[in-house]
Design a protein around this ligand. Structure first.
Ligand SMILES: Nc1ncnc2c1ncn2[C@@H]1O[C@H](COP(=O)(O)OP(=O)(O)O)[C@@H](O)[C@H]1O
Ligand SMILES: [Mg+2]
Length: 292
């Protein structure tokens, strides 16, 4: 038998409301229900997002994927159940504490809202300059670093209107990671992009997962993007960075949750999902499977 009280005591005495050492969790939903009036979105939903690595939440449009992210951020409150983010309960957290918690979460919204009147660098560094009051040299260096990471080092002085759709999405990724959040949320990051541009954004998601020490949740309705991200990895050799097909073991590290009909309908790896004999999943996948 384990000693649950000992674990609880240890967690309490550490001061940090973090999760137990055995199974650190970035996000935990326990019996969460949520409805917009009488439109039930989630019914008694439980799942965990382990710290480190990536969890994909897949589901058709309107199933509640963005709602799940808003619940994680405390922008919406559940009707029942418990939601923990980095070990802290957010479902009843006061607004002031939520602001602090959100400071440790990077969010890439579905509609990439860059400030039109600010340069690329100002957009990326906004939180550092305006909210965190990071020393200017340090902030400038971090902005250059993250723009280099997404391959846009030369575009610092540009205005958003001078960028392509894919570049704008990459600026938004740079902005989301600039403050070094421990948790990154991507809300349908490739929506509205052509397949080639979508793949370039997917590559950034792969790089973040593999090269930065960050937990991420990738929400998407596109199995193509989710599968691409799961089956590729970022590798460095001789100073160069490549995105290459990943082996089965690496692929299995990205966990998939399929949201359907107010619940988590499937949980497993990309390959388990593709091999599923479930009628709904086959139909869902069939509509989006190769040839893409
Ligand atoms: N503020 C809101 N008020 C009422 N209904 C909403 C609101 N936001 C979203 N919905 C509805 O909730 C459902 C889930 O929305 P959403 O989480 O945005 O789905 P997804 O991101 O999976 O496409 C949709 O049917 C949507 O129309
Ligand atoms: Mg959505």
């Amino acid at each position: 038998m384990d000693h649950p009280s000992a674990t609880a005591d240890a967690a309490a005495s550490s001061g940090a409301a973090s999760t137990s050492a055995a199974a650190p969790c970035a996000v935990e939903f326990e019996h969460v229900s949520f409805a917009f009036d009488d439109h039930v979105i989630l019914r008694d939903v439980s799942f965990r997002v382990p710290t480190g690595g990536m969890t994909v939440i897949l589901g058709a449009s309107g199933t509640g994927k963005s709602t799940v992210l808003k619940l994680i951020l405390g922008l919406l409150r559940p009707d029942a159940g418990t939601i923990l983010v980095n070990g802290q309960r957010v479902d009843q957290m006061p607004e002031h504490d939520l602001l602090q918690l959100r400071g440790d979460v990077g969010m890439l919204f579905q509609e990439t809202a860059l400030f039109d009147s600010l340069t690329v660098a100002e957009n990326v560094g906004y939180r550092l300059y305006e909210e965190m009051h990071t020393p200017i040299d340090e902030a400038d260096a971090r902005v250059a670093e993250v723009l280099g990471f997404v391959g846009l080092a030369d575009l610092q002085k540009r205005m958003p209107s001078e960028l392509s759709g894919g570049q704008r999405r990459r600026v938004a990724i740079a902005r989301a990671i600039a403050s070094r959040p421990s948790l990154l949320l991507f809300d349908d990051p490739t929506t509205g992009l052509d397949p080639v541009t979508a793949t370039s954004v997917d590559d950034e998601v792969v790089k973040l997962r593999d090269l930065e020490n960050v937990t991420s949740i990738l929400v998407t309705h596109q199995i193509r993007d989710a599968y691409y991200v799961a089956t590729h990895e970022a590798v460095k050799h001789n100073g160069d960075l490549d995105i290459v097909p990943a082996g089965e073991e690496k692929t299995a590290h990205t966990r998939f949750l399929v949201l359907h009909d107010t619940r988590i309908y499937f949980e497993g790896t990309a390959n388990e999902l593709l091999a599923s004999e479930d009628a709904f999943l086959k139909e869902f996948l069939f509509m989006t499977l190769p040839p893409w």
